[in-house]
Every structure is written in structure tokens, then in C-alpha cells.
Design a protein around this ligand. Structure first.
Ligand SMILES: [Ca+2]
Ligand SMILES: [Ca+2]
Ligand SMILES: [Ca+2]
Length: 409
């Protein structure tokens, strides 16, 4: 390659220049990017510190100690990796110019210090051979200081690249590009409005955490308000583990809004992705992700330990909010030999299912259910006066949701 040959001829000149190392670094990084291979950035960084590192490895253990030599060897590999990370981030548009520049100067700084360590080691050894003990000690101390400084530089470069993959929050209610991948998702709060814009082929990822003081699940509604006549939105939902929870969907027309809901687990994170249908349209939008407080007043009561206490003859109005919802009631004050349970369906959707358990949670009466959604359910079961019973209300196979009123007679 002609470009490479010219560079080789000019190499000594560049190295004597004050900014030589910086230029070389930029050149190598630039070449890496143009070849679209951040791997070469990694190799070239390792190559450049290679000479100094050889000196440190061969002569350094007496002066610095084997442990420090090891640290510098590993540090050099890490710096090369950090630079590669920066290169990838830069290519992915996940890093601004200022960040990229400080990444390059960090690597340059490290290379300089490693070279200084090697020089000091050479000088210390030469002074030792000439019998100049004082100078030898001075150079040894210098080598140690440069070595510590190099390690510090490597660590701060490491910290910087670590933050590269960290999520950027939504600022002043607006999305922050680049947010095209799930790793770049803007963190945002539920219940707020986020202004965003989809360019052709653009994707915007947002990350939300659902929290509830009582650890209740809730139905969360995702709403995209279309602020353009051009955008045909398409949206998807991902779980905390980044698996797809709800595939891409959207309206069949440009300019239309889009909604969907999902059941959120307390403490869990969710990712919402906004794009355009096949990446073909663009436009502005407002996104909101809002918990609906859809749970009934007795939640959480999904197990015996959190069962809602009802006295014989009392009733409770509640709902089966989502598939996993099951409502436990602890029935007390039973004074006869039979109890009649009536579930009044207050929805057209719910196909309820109820079973009865003894106080020790053994099953007293198996699951009973009407044949169709929207239907009521009535049954009786034998009781021992003074005993408590659990009523477990759910939906048939967890498939339907809706409001109900349960009462005992
Ligand atoms: Ca985007
Ligand atoms: Ca419920
Ligand atoms: Ca429940």
C-alpha cells in the first residue's frame, strides 16, 4: 500500500516532532476506522508500546519488582482494548468528539509513560554500571513513579470506557441520540412525556423501571402521540433481560397514534423501542409510559399469607387484573355447616374460577368455573363452625381479566 510506504519513510520525522505520538495515534485510529476494523486499532496500540514493554520485561523486575512488570504488561493490553472500545463506540455514534479525543489522549499518555519507564530503567542500569549509585537510585525512583502514573492512566481510561455503555437519561423531556440500540437506551421515568424524532431508518430505545411501594403488579400503557402527518410508527417491548416481550406493531397509516399495554412486575425494567414501519417514514412523536393503577384495593393478595380477610356474610369487590392475578380471601366467622359462595361477574370478559382451601391450605373444594366469560358462579361447600377457610379467586387458566364481586351466605 502506497500510503503505508510514505508513512514508513516519514515515521522517524514524525516521532521526533513534539506531537509525534499523538499524530501516530490519530493516524492509526483513523486508518482503523477507514478500514472499518477496530481490531487493527487494538493490534497497533499493542505494537507501539511493544518496544518499551520489552525493555521493562527484560530489565524491569530488579528495579520495579515482578509484580509491577506484570501490571504494566497487562495494563498495556487493557489500554489497547480501551482504545478499541472507543473506536467501536465512535463508529456506532455512541461517543461524541470530545469523548473520543480524551480517549485518544489517554492512550497517548499511557504510551508516553511506558516509554518513560523504559528510559528510566535503561538510565538506572547505566548509572549502576558506572558506579553512580545516587543517580541509579534517582532513576529507579523515577521509573517507579512513571509506572504508577501509567497504571493510574490505564484505570481512568478504563472508567471512561465503562461509562460508554452506560445508559444516558432523557434530558428535559427529550430523547438523547444516539439511542438506536437497546444498549444505548435512554433511561426515563414512567408517567412522563418524552419528545422524540424518528429519522429514516432510525430506532429510539427507552428504558423504564416499574416501581410500587406495595410491590403490586400493574398494567402499564404505552402511548405514542404522533406529532407528524408523515410518521407511520412501529413499536416493540423488551423485558429486563432484553428478550422480546411484545413484537413490533403499529397503526396501518402514517400520522396515526399507537397504544399498547403490558403487565409490569414491581422492580423490573422494561425497554420500549420506537421506530417507523420498515424504517421508511420519519416524524416527531411524544411517548408516554404510564402505570394505570389497575390493581384492585386488596392487592397484593396473590397468596395465603397476604389473603384479604372477609367475615362470613361480607362481600368484596375486586378484579382479576392480569393472567397471573389470583385473589386470596380468608373467610372467618363461619358458624354453620355450609357456606354458599356467589361470584357476581361485573365484566363481560372474565371467566372466573374459584377453589376453597382449609385453614392448613389443603384443598377443600377444587376449582369451579362457569362455562363462559361474563357468567356468574355460585356453589356451596360443607363447613365446620369456627373454622377458617381460604377462597382463591382466579380466571380459568389465567386467560381472562375483569371485575367481580364475591360474597358469602
Ligand atoms: Ca435513535
Ligand atoms: Ca386482583
Ligand atoms: Ca391478587
Amino acid at each position: 500500500m502506497a500510503k503505508q510506504n510514505i508513512f514508513k519513510k516519514q515515521l522517524p520525522l514524525i516521532l521526533v516532532a513534539a506531537t509525534g505520538i499523538l499524530l501516530a495515534t490519530i493516524y492509526f485510529v483513523y486508518r482503523g476506522i477507514t478500514r472499518n476494523k477496530c481490531d487493527s486499532v487494538f493490534e497497533q496500540t499493542a505494537d507501539r508500546v511493544g518496544g518499551s514493554l520489552e525493555v521493562i520485561k527484560i530489565k524491569g523486575s530488579l528495579i520495579l519488582g515482578q509484580e509491577k512488570v506484570q501490571e504494566l504488561t497487562e495494563g498495556s493490553q487493557k489500554v489497547a482494548l480501551h482504545l478499541k472500545t472507543c473506536c467501536i463506540a465512535q463508529q456506532g455514534g455512541n461517543m461524541n468528539g470530545e469523548q473520543f479525543q480524551s480517549c485518544i489522549s489517554g492512550a497517548k499518555d499511557y504510551e508516553t509513560k511506558i516509554a518513560q519507564v523504559a528510559t528510566s530503567i535503561n538510565e538506572a542500569q547505566a548509572a549502576e554500571q558506572q558506579g553512580n549509585t545516587q543517580l541509579a537510585q534517582q532513576k529507579t525512583e523515577q521509573a517507579r513513579q512513571y509506572a504508577s502514573a501509567a497504571t493510574t492512566t490505564e484505570k481512568s481510561l478504563g472508567e471512561m470506557t465503562k461509562t460508554l455503555s452506560a445508559a444516558v437519561p432523557v434530558k428535559a423531556g427529550a430523547e438523547q441520540e444516539a439511542n438506536d440500540t437497546i444498549l444505548q437506551a435512554n433511561t426515563a421515568e414512567m408517567g412522563t412525556n418524552i419528545a422524540g424524532a424518528i429519522a429514516l431508518g432510525d430506532v429510539d430505545f427507552f428504558q423504564f423501571q416499574y416501581r410500587d411501594a406495595k410491590n403490586r403488579r400493574d398494567i402499564v400503557t404505552v402511548h405514542l402521540e404522533n406529532k407528524s402527518a408523515t410518521l407511520q410508527p412501529s413499536m416493540a417491548l423488551y423485558s429486563e433481560d432484553k428478550s422480546e416481550a411484545r413484537g413490533w406493531s403499529g397503526p396501518n397509516a402514517a400520522g396515526a397514534n399507537w397504544d399498547f399495554s403490558f403487565s409490569a412486575e414491581p422492580g423490573k425494567k422494561y425497554f420500549v423501542a420506537v421506530s417507523s414501519y420498515y424504517g421508511r417514514t420519519s416524524g416527531n412523536y411524544i411517548l408516554s409510559v404510564v402505570p394505570q393503577k389497575a390493581y384492585d384495593q386488596y392487592e397484593p393478595n396473590d397468596d395465603a399469607s397476604t389473603a384479604t380477610v372477609i367475615k362470613f356474610g361480607q362481600s368484596a369487590e375486586a378484579n382479576i387484573m392480569d393472567g397471573p392475578d389470583t385473589d386470596w380471601y380468608r373467610l372467618s366467622g363461619v358458624n354453620g355447616n355450609t357456606v354458599s359462595v356467589h361470584l357476581e361477574n361485573q365484566s363481560t370478559t372474565l371467566q372466573p374460577s374459584i377453589r376453597v382451601l382449609n385453614a392448613d391450605k389443603s384443598e377443600a373444594r377444587g376449582w369451579d368455573y362457569p362455562n363462559a366469560p361474563g357468567a356468574d358462579l355460585t356453589f356451596s361447600f360443607p363447613t365446620t363452625p369456627g373454622q377458617e377457610y381460604f377462597l382463591e379467586v382466579s380466571s380459568y387458566y389465567g386467560r381472562t381479566v375483569g371485575k367481580y364481586k364475591v360474597s358469602t351466605h
